[in-house]
Design a protein around this ligand. Structure first.
Ligand code: AMP
Ligand code: ZN
Length: 471
């Protein structure tokens, strides 16, 4: 499997730190408003990367944070006259709803910056001990950028270019630091802001330190993949590398993946520019499954322009897949019951579908080229449409249907009817409950019964086994 690594600017073979496992960290949103569809691009893209790894049998430890302490959150809290935690909690919940609607799986862990302050204090102390950081009289702590010799290795910037850029900022600012390239690890509170005790002052962390600390805590000093939008390469990810590698003395992340922007009229969609649509707004106009499909219709490193006509084209594409799938379902529902097993001839046709799976996999293994992977599904659609009829066997049609589900699932596109997925989920839970009872784990068995009840499912233990019905 090849991944384009921003660090080396090359496509490289993916070799995990630990065989069969992937440790992955994706920078999450700052929660002060509903997320816009630009923010949704990294969520959808890296969720698809995760799903592909899982399909290949890897165990993925996927960590993605919420930045819940930040100037913009504080500003919004002041405007509404509430604590900043009210704002962040509200938008974390809303963000989770949008992620679910986009079929983005929950991370293994979604840490919150405000719950990880101890780890941040520890890393900052460690950096001060190693002289990679220093505290000023007012309690601000800075990272000593020039001391980290590899600074700039991710963004491929050299220190001299950076220096000119930073000098302009410094002239207008009031910062008192040893060197203009140094960046903040800890800063003193301002009136009315949330703050934490620290050895230097009552204050709060800088943005970059939170990701270094959360990645370390939940994934370890070394991780396989670190990802986010390309605007994070500099300074955020460059600074994360400097902090983590200086503190831990190890290479932080092996592969750095960055998605290109979602644009409107070829300009980056962003809250500050005001040219954005929230996921929530868009969900009133389009099925979010169409939006997910639209996002995957381009390679993640190519800019993607959001326009009604392009989304419409994606909708038509997705409809072709759904129609092919529904045609198989229709035949299955109308079988006369005589042909159950796959014939020799059907077997041959079925075997050929493997070629589309291979094409799909080849595309995904080439730096997650979802655009080509979708083309492979379209080829399968054509093939399926010309190779099904009411003469087919149940086994053949079911196998073909599974092919569609298998490939669509990797992209996070759900073809199965809601009813069908519910039935499968219920049956899996009933089976788990039976196992728990056999193992005399009655607590777990009761838990499952309650969970099912909450889903509106009532269990009846009958002589013929467990039966269920909707309440
Ligand atoms: P933020 O809340 O601004 O920190 O952004 C959260 C994530 O969304 C980061 O990974 C950003 O790089 C990404 N992001 C923000 N705007 C866009 C955009 N227009 N297109 C793609 N990714 C974006
Ligand atoms: Zn980050």
């Amino acid at each position: 499997m090849k991944i384009y690594n921003t660090l080396t600017r090359k496509k490289e073979e993916f070799i995990p730190l630990e065989s069969g496992k992937v440790k992955m960290y994706v920078c999450g949103p700052t929660v002060y408003n509903f997320i816009h569809i630009g923010n949704a691009r990294p969520m959808v893209v890296f969720d698809t990367v995760r799903r592909y790894f899982e399909y290949k049998g890897y165990e993925v430890n996927y960590v993605s944070n919420f930045t819940d302490v930040d100037d913009k959150i504080i500003k919004k809290a002041v405007e509404e006259g509430v604590e900043s935690s009210v704002i962040s909690k509200r938008y974390i919940e809303e963000c989770k709803k949008d992620m679910k609607a986009l079929n983005v799986k929950s991370a293994t862990k979604h840490p919150l910056a405000t719950e990880e302050i101890d780890g941040m204090l520890e890393m900052i102390k460690n950096l001060i001990e190693k002289d990679f950081a220093y505290a000023k009289e007012d309690g601000t702590v800075y990272f000593r950028t020039r001391k980290f010799k590899e600074y700039g290795k991710l963004s491929h910037k050299n220190l001299d270019d950076l220096q000119t850029g930073h000098r302009q900022i410094q002239v207008s600012g009031k910062e008192d630091k040893d060197d203009e390239l140094d960046f903040v690890l800890w800063k003193p509170k301002k009136e009315g802001e949330p703050f934490w005790e620290s050895p230097w002052c009552e204050g709060r962390p800088g943005w970059h330190i939170e990701c270094s600390v959360m990645a370390k805590k939940y994934l370890g000093d070394e991780i396989d993949i670190h990802a986010g939008g390309e605007d994070l390469i500099f300074p955020h990810h460059e600074n994360e590398i400097a902090q983590s590698e200086a503190a831990n003395g190890k290479l932080f992340a092996r592969y750095w993946m960055h998605n290109a922007f979602l644009n409107i009229d070829n300009v980056k969609m962003s809250k500050s520019a005001g040219n954005f649509f929230t996921v929530r707004e868009i969900s009133e106009r389009y099925d979010l499954q169409v939006i997910r499909f639209f996002m995957l219709s381009a390679h993640y490193r190519s800019p993607l322009n959001f326009s009604a006509s392009l989304v419409e084209a994606s909708k038509n594409g997705l409809d072709r897949i759904i129609t092919a799938y529904k045609n198989i379902e229709y035949l299955l529902e109308n079988l006369d019951g005589t042909k159950t097993e796959m014939t020799e001839q059907e077997r041959k046709i079925w075997d050929k579908t493997q070629e589309y799976v291979q094409k799909f996999e080849q595309a995904m293994e080439d730096d997650f080229n979802t655009a080509d992977a979708i083309s492979a599904i379209f080829e399968l659609v054509k093939y399926s449409n010309t190779n099904i009829s009411s003469e087919n066997s149940k086994e053949y049609l079911e196998a073909l249907k599974e092919r569609f589900i298998q490939l669509s699932d990797i992209l996070g596109i759900t073809l199965k009817k809601e009813k069908e997925s519910l039935e499968q989920e219920v049956e899996a839970l009933i089976e788990e409950r039976q196992q728990a009872r056999k193992a005399k784990n009655f607590q777990r068995a009761d838990e499952i019964r309650n969970q099912l009840q909450q889903m509106g499912i009532l269990l009846e233990d009958t002589r013929e086994g467990v039966k269920w019905k909707r309440i």
